[in-house]
Every structure is written in structure tokens, then in C-alpha cells.
Design a binder for this molecule. Structure first.
Ligand SMILES: [Zn+2]
Length: 398
């Protein structure tokens, strides 16, 4: 019998068959955890004795930055997450990987392949001071990912010192991205975005960049099985102050992975990063990444911005200056203290070329205060079944 799985390589099927839930580290209650939680969990992992734990530095406010090591192989892989404090999805995925590598079960052969051939060095939460107050920058106000030339932040210095010590062959730079990025030509959210950062301003592929591209080609194929059309590629604009470019210039095959999607989908990103990294490790350990055609990288569409969080479509809109037929595109910001969504008007008029995470086909909208871009809307939305939803000063009341 031919089924849709018959086209999937057996090793990819093997990774896709891993039940992520079994390895999800439930020590973390949500994605807003702070350094103290991470530190307590790392203390437990250290006591369990399977992964090696080392402190590699301190943040500006004296919080410990840790490195965890798994494996004994000659191929050295360095991964770091949360250099931007409010980007914790990959940190959670790394703890799930720690649990996977600490387990003994039917995936023994996969674990052995990876750990015999690779030494994996993980730095979860490079910017603990940013995480403490849920902000991108560190406590000095520095964007750590623009500090790899100047090295004024202790966080950038700690990562560079570790890189110089271990001389990795591969680097994984793990971030979250704005949920409003979408994939060109698909109108789907860029749930995962990938990039092999350039080594210089010409973006000419260097040997390390080509290796990174080949690993990305493999990860993209796996991700397309899980999230068809939701993988985007960043444009390779050279940013010499960023860590990715800085490491690529040093000959480290460096890969940027950004987890997108809406706030409610961050658990999906956690699972996808767990799977994509395991597949990348398998390809690196077996050197099978060398069989990838780098041209496939160019088939991954670029990221663009063609989605809203909420799109109210094609309805009668009663404005203070008369009735029109049109669409309203709205985006929210997530309030850190209340976790409430606060909507603002992103665009208004004919938005037929856009999509959204949530689309409302309303019957009519009454605009209760004048509409302007970036303002908090006051709207009464009448749905086709007659029910009403209100947006009061940007807060949705159903
Ligand atoms: Zn980031």
C-alpha cells in the first residue's frame, strides 16, 4: 500500500516518531520562567550526573551563565539560546533535549550515534537579566546580538570565551521572532525561520556557510512534514556586529533558528526545535548533511509581513464619516503582567492581499470612535449569527 509516509526517508520517520511529550521538561510551568528556575533545574541535572555542567560567566547583574555538555565525539557543536531575554522557546527545547539525552529507551542507537560522534555544548539563557524582566536587551541596555565586535556585555564575552576554548565546528543561534512574520507566497505565519548568516558583506558562500546551508536543507525537509509552507528564510544581509556573522567569519558553520508563530503556539515551536535539532545532530554525526544539495536552500521562501493577528474581513463598516465596505487588520501586544492581549489597528481598507492568525467574517462593524492607524480600537462587531463582540480600548470582550 502506498501512503503519504512512503516518500519520507526512514531516518526522518525515526525522528518524527519520537513522542516529544515524553521528553518535555515539566519543571518549567510556562515560557516566562526566570533564572532561579533555570538554575534550580540545572542543579538537579548536574546531580543526575549524565550531562556535565560548567559555569562560563556571569551576567551584568551577576547571574550565572551555564554550559551543559553531552557527548564525547570529535565534532564539536555549540548551541546558545535566549541571548534576547524575552525569547525563551528554544531554551525550553534545549531542556527537552537534555531529558532525551538522559533517558534510556528505544532511541538508544540514535543517542549513541550522536553522542559518539559529537560533543554538544549547550548554553541555555545567555541573557538571564533580560529574562528576569522579560526584555530583549541585557541589564546594561545592550542588544547582546549587536555586541560581538565591541564585546561590552559580559554575556557576549562569556560566549566568545567559550567559543575560543572549544573551537566548535557548528554553531546554533537560537531565537524567537515577531509573530507577524509570514512566508512569502503562502500567507502562512513563519512558524520557524532559518538562515545561514553570511561571512562577509558579499554573502559569497564560504565552506562553513555551505555546511550550515546543507544542515538547514535537511532541517527544512523535516519541518515541511510538520508545518508545510510555514518555514521562512531570512535575507542574508551582513551584520558584522551579530554573533552569527561573527562566528561564520571565524569558519564555524553557524545556523540561525527563529521560532515564530503566535504566543499561544510557542509550545508548537518548542517541539519543532526539539525535532529539527535532533535531526540536525543525526545529520552532523553521520556526516549525511554532505549529501544535501545546497541549491535547495534557495527554495525556502523569504520572510515577509503579510499577516495580522486578527483580520475582520469585507464587512460594512460604519465610520463617523459614512459607511464603507472594507477590512480591518489588528495586531496585539501581549501584556507581560496580565498576559492580556491589547489590540491596535494595523491597517484599514482593502486588505484582500493579507491573511491572519484569526479571521472574522463579520456582518457589520460599528466604529465607536474614529479609526486611526496604531490606535486602540473601539468597535462593535456583529457576526453573521447575530452575536456581538466588542473591542473596548483595544481589549476584546466577547
Ligand atoms: Zn532574538
Amino acid at each position: 500500500m502506498i501512503d503519504e509516509f512512503s516518500q519520507i526517508p526512514i531516518k526522518m520517520l525515526h525522528i518524527l516518531s519520537i513522542d516529544h511529550v515524553l521528553y518535555q521538561d515539566n519543571y518549567f510551568q510556562d515560557r516566562f520562567f526566570k533564572h532561579v528556575t533555570l538554575k534550580n533545574r540545572i542543579t538537579q541535572i548536574k546531580e543526575e550526573g549524565i550531562l556535565k555542567v560548567k559555569q562560563i560567566g556571569c551576567s551584568a547583574q551577576n547571574r550565572e551563565i551555564y554550559m551543559l555538555k553531552a557527548g564525547r565525539g570529535s565534532i564539536k557543536v555549540l548551541l546558545w539560546s535566549q541571548m534576547h531575554g524575552d525569547e525563551s522557546t528554544a531554551t525550553l527545547a534545549l531542556f527537552d533535549l537534555f531529558k532525551f539525552f538522559q533517558s534510556e529507551d528505544q532511541y538508544h542507537a540514535l543517542r549513541k550515534l550522536i553522542l559518539d560522534h559529537c560533543s554538544l555544548y549547550f548554553v541555555p539563557m545567555l541573557n538571564p537579566d533580560g529574562a528576569e524582566v522579560w526584555q530583549r536587551r541585557n541589564a546594561q541596555g545592550i542588544d547582546v546580538n549587536r555586541d560581538f565586535l565591541a564585546q561590552q556585555s559580559p554575556e557576549a564575552r562569556a560566549l566568545v570565551k567559550l567559543q575560543e576554548e572549544i573551537q566548535p565546528d557548528f554553531g546554533f543561534n537560537l531565537h524567537d521572532q515577531d509573530s507577524l512574520w509570514s512566508v512569502s507566497g503562502t500567507k502562512k505565519p513563519a512558524t520557524i525561520s532559518l538562515l545561514a548568516p553570511p561571512a562577509d558583506s558579499t554573502s559569497t558562500p564560504t565552506p562553513s556557510m555551505l555546511k550550515a546551508i546543507q544542515v538547514i536543507c535537511a532541517m527544512n525537509r523535516l519541518l515541511q512534514q510538520q508545518i508545510p509552507g510555514e518555514v521562512g528564510r531570512w535575507r542574508d544581509e551582513y551584520e558584522p556586529r551579530a554573533v552569527g556573522e561573527s562566528f561564520q567569519t571565524k569558519g564555524i558553520a553557524t545556523i540561525l533558528i527563529e521560532s515564530g508563530g503566535s504566543a499561544s503556539e510557542k509550545q508548537k515551536g518548542r517541539k519543532l526545535i526539539f525535532q529539527a535539532l535532533l535531526y540536525a545532530f543525526e545529520k552532523i554525526a553521520s556526516t549525511a548533511y554532505r549529501n544535501e544539495n545546497p541549491i535547495d536552500y534557495l527554495q525556502i521562501p523569504f520572510n515577509n509581513k503579510e499577516i495580522f493577528h486578527l483580520l475582520i474581513k469585507n464587512c460594512k463598516i460604519e465610520t463617523v464619516n459614512g459607511v464603507i465596505i472594507g477590512d480591518i487588520g489588528l495586531n496585539y501586544t501581549e501584556q507581560f503582567s496580565t498576559k492580556e492581549h491589547l489590540y491596535t489597528i494595523a491597517d484599514f481598507g482593502d486588505l484582500s492581499t493579507f491573511s491572519a492568525y484569526e479571521i472574522i467574517e463579520a456582518e457589520s462593524i460599528v466604529v465607536l470612535s474614529p479609526i486611526s492607524i496604531d490606535s486602540r480600537p473601539n468597535l462593535r462587531i456583529k457576526h453573521s449569527d447575530g452575536t456581538l463582540t466588542y473591542l473596548e480600548d483595544g481589549v476584546m470582550i466577547a
